[in-house]
Design a protein around this ligand. Structure first.
Ligand code: ADP
Ligand code: MG
Length: 796
């Protein structure tokens, strides 16, 4: 590596010290020094070295540019960011390459299909905190979504809950905002910082007004909200630094004040296994596995968004449920709609690409297909016997097949266009007369070449003479070595091979110039036509995006209906009352897994209200089904509040605004504090945040210690929650301490339930049936027996 190039490298590296610098050298991205060591280790490639002067070598690791995505993905997953330095010939001195960093790839700013998951959003988030408040902004530059939330956060926990819920790929804070930085790190997310002066109150607001081209932030509902302004501005400032071309896709900002939702604390998010199972961490075994019958990527993302942020507004939920019910009733129509949706491309990301100028010919081809299918869907749903209702009707009204755009694309694009504009053949014959003429010249030239070959064979009487082409030498006449003595005078030697000689003639040379000229002009013209086409299509990106989101809604509603049909769910009645009353409810995930083994789930009822049965104490032996029962109730609340049908015969859900969960187990304990302290702090935390519409799930609180301590803790926690003056939240409490059934005697709003057990001679059978009344013993011996403990031990 020559010294000027080394200087160039070091200069760029100095500008981007916290990124791995991918330095383009021909067909490779090379990394040097410490970067090279990281790349070699993370990507599992060989570390070599390269001389950079006399007797000096530096570590080197390179990856081929055409397969860079895979390596970039590995580095992103390992928490690194990558600065991409591309090369271009220096106009002044073509022998020296210029290089500049064109982009910084970070986990939250990728747009490559290969680096994104189709089913989940990829959020870039920013956190700002101050004065008991916190604001979290998040943007997905692959879909154009941009949201900012503000909430009170006296407790660090609330910030953790929000970070876990949004699940961003990375999170930005301003430097010096140590509280935010600590929170992001505690959530295990990559942190990026922006200098705080760039988001000072005045500048932050200016950044936003300039970006949106507005005079005031009032239309976004945040003009008085300094933290929300700062968080949103952090996102923009970060994109300016890393991926400026993506800024255009963030066309609007939605403020979300956090009311009207069902919020889940971090433990509830984890233990209810909504989008991830606790074992394995994948979707398998989570609620989303049951519900994900969506057919499109957009629908899958919408499901995920709704699942982590259920609603608590009756009218809105009724609109959603009306939509699901329509598809639930219309089996034939649903099947047909799903068949159309199955073929639907990711219109949302395609439309967003238009705004970002990163669409290629195949993207536009997919877009045309998406428009066509949208038209089919619109026709199908408009022509049915019964009209759509609720959210489905609204989505149908928003569908826009964008016929003008589709017709334009149909007329313009070839049937199988190349993936990029470096190859010809993007456009269809008849789209542009000048292009047709150039195409004709090059195809015609091939005919002329064939004619020339025939003529030369006749003239030389060499039957094996042929016209050939390669990228280095261009067109040539090839004659085998044996006959090469016989070629005419006017043949000029071009290249000698082992068995053949290659020649050209003046005529062939002229033809070659014609062909090359036409091809070059063709590529140039195609590029020009492409930008014109893209400009026209991009002007419709807003319409396309709105329609794509309507498709997502229809996909989700019909998917939920499909699940409800197949799994025999019912429509829940959602109201503002304080009661939860479920008849013959089931746990959707456990039920699915039992079904796969040919077994059936035992349904159970529940009744909860603030003033009567506010605290249910569920006793029963280990493995009886207590935890499953608690989660089943919480899951049905969540399902009802995303607008899904629920696994029950009937369900009345008085809307819940928060779900808190505490699980008693050793591994949930913080080191250094006594079990009692920890569990009481947890209970106090719940009390600080819970209200009359909260649902509290306590599973075996007090288990992680000795029996007497454990029972004392459990008792104290239940009394505490029951007696809290302002509260009246609904609580489900499961414990294997059957002694706790006496709580019912002195706490008026406590009710005892237990899991029924059938004793058959010496065996016990768990019936998984929840019945009124407490358990009288714990059946520990029987559980030990079931677990295969040897007989002498049992006897002892
Ligand atoms: P506990 O919390 O009482 O120890 P779990 O709730 O963990 O028990 O349940 C133990 C197992 O029993 C579960 O893994 C599940 O397979 C089964 N089970 C629980 N409830 C039911 C039910 N209602 N119907 C069928 N099987 C159930
Ligand atoms: Mg349990």
């Amino acid at each position: 590596m020559s010294t000027p190039m080394r200087r160039q490298y070091l200069g760029l590296k100095k500008q981007h010290p916290d990124a791995i610098l991918f330095f383009r050298l021909g067909d490779f991205y090379e990394t040097f020094d410490e970067d090279a060591k990281v790349v070699a280790r993370v990507c599992d490639i060989t570390l070599t070295s390269r001389p950079v002067g006399k007797d000096v070598r530096v570590p080197l690791a390179g990856v081929p540019y055409h397969s860079a995505d895979g390596y970039i993905a590995k580095l992103l997953r390992a928490g690194y960011r990558i600065a991409i330095a591309e090369q271009s010939a220096d106009p002044a001195d073509p022998s020296l390459m210029q290089r500049e960093v064109v982009r910084i790839v970070t986990a939250g700013t990728v747009t490559e299909e290969s680096l994104l998951s189709a089913e989940a959003n990829n959020y870039l988030a920013a956190l700002a905190r101050g004065d008991g408040l916190a604001s979290l902004a998040y943007a997905d530059i692959s879909t154009g979504e941009f949201v900012v939330e503000e909430f009170s956060a006296g407790d660090d926990r609330v910030v953790q809950d929000a970070l876990l819920r949004v699940g961003p790929a990375e999170c930005i804070v301003s430097d010096g905002d140590d509280a935010s930085q600590a929170a992001v790190r505690a959530a295990g997310l990559p942190v990026a910082t922006i200098e705080s002066w760039r988001v000072s109150p005045g500048r932050a607001a200016e950044l936003l007004t300039q970006h949106f081209g507005v005079h005031t932030l009032a239309p976004f509902g945040i003009e008085e909200r300094q933290l929300a302004i700062r968080a949103a501005a952090l996102c923009l400032a970060y994109l300016e630094d890393t991926q400026p071309s993506a800024l255009t896709v963030l066309e609007s900002l939605r403020f979300d004040g956090g009311t009207g939702y069902l919020l889940l604390d971090a433990v509830a998010q984890r233990t209810l296994e909504l989008t991830q199972s606790t074992r394995g961490g994948g979707v398998q075994g989570s609620l989303i596995e049951v519900l994900a019958q969506t057919q499109t990527a957009m629908g899958s993302r919408l499901l995920r968004q709704r699942l982590v942020k259920p609603l608590a507004v009756v009218e809105e939920l009724d609109r959603r449920l009306d939509g699901v019910e329509f598809f639930f009733r219309e089996d034939v129509l649903r099947a047909r709609a799903r068949e159309i949706l199955r073929r639907m491309p990711d219109l949302e990301r395609l439309a967003t690409r238009l705004g970002q100028d990163s669409a290629n010919p195949r993207h536009l081809l997919a877009l045309a297909e998406g428009c066509r299918l949208t038209g089919e869907l619109q026709e199908l749903l408009s022509d049915g016997d019964s009209p759509l209702s609720g959210e489905a009707a609204q989505a149908l009204a928003t569908l826009d097949p964008c016929d003008d755009i589709r017709k334009l694309l149909d007329a313009a694009l070839a049937e199988e266009p190349p993936a990029n504009l470096n190859s010809p053949g993007v456009f269809r014959l008849g789209y542009d007369p000048e292009l047709d003429r150039l195409v004709h010249t090059s195809t015609n030239a091939h005919q002329v070449l064939a004619d020339l070959e025939t003529r030369e064979r006749a003239r030389t009487r060499i039957k094996t003479l042929r016209v050939g082409h390669n990228n280095v030498f261009g067109y040539y006449l090839e004659v085998s070595r044996a006959r090469s003595e016989e070629v005419p005078e006017d043949y000029i030697r071009k290249q000698t091979l082992v068995n053949a000689e290659r020649y050209f003639t003046e005529e062939l040379k002229a033809l070659e110039a014609d062909i090359y000229g036409a091809q070059e002009r063709r590529l140039g013209l195609e590029k020009q036509l492409w930008s014109e086409l893209l400009a026209k299509v991009s002007s419709a990106s807003g319409r396309l995006l709105a329609s794509a989101r309507a498709v997502a809604v229809l996909d989700l509603l019909s998917a939920l209906a499909e699940v409800a049909r197949n799994q025999d769910y019912c429509r829940p009645l959602v109201t503002d009352s304080d009661a939860i009353e479920i008849r013959a409810g089931r746990h959707p995930v456990v039920e699915l897994y039992l079904q796969r083994q040919g077994r059936t789930y035992v349904p159970n009822d529940v009744r909860l209200s603030n003033n009567e049965e506010a605290v249910l104490v569920v006793t029963g032996p280990n493995m009886a089904g207590k935890s499953t029962y608690l989660r089943q109730v919480a899951l049905m609340v969540v399902m009802a509040q995303i607008g899904s049908f629920v696994p029950a015969e009937s369900a009345h859900i008085g809307l819940v605004d928060r779900i808190f969960t505490r699980i008693g187990a050793q591994d949930e304990l913080a080191a250094g504090e006594s079990t009692f302290m920890v569990e009481m702090i947890e209970a106090a935390n719940i009390l600080r945040q819970a209200g009359p519409r909260s649902l509290v799930i306590l599973d075996e609180v007090g288990r992680g210690t000795s029996t007497y301590d454990g029972m004392a803790i459990a008792r104290a926690v239940v009394e505490h929650i029951h007696n809290a003056p302002s509260l009246g939240c609904k609580t489900l409490f499961a414990t294997h301490y059957h002694e706790l059934t006496d709580l019912e005697q002195y706490l008026p709003r406590v009710r005892n339930y237990s899991v029924a057990v059938a004793e058959e001679e010496t065996d016990v059978v768990f019936l998984h049936k929840i019945v009124p009344g407490g358990a009288d013993r714990s059946y520990g011996i029987h559980v030990a027996q079931l677990a295969g403990i040897p007989r002498p031990v049992l006897a002892r």
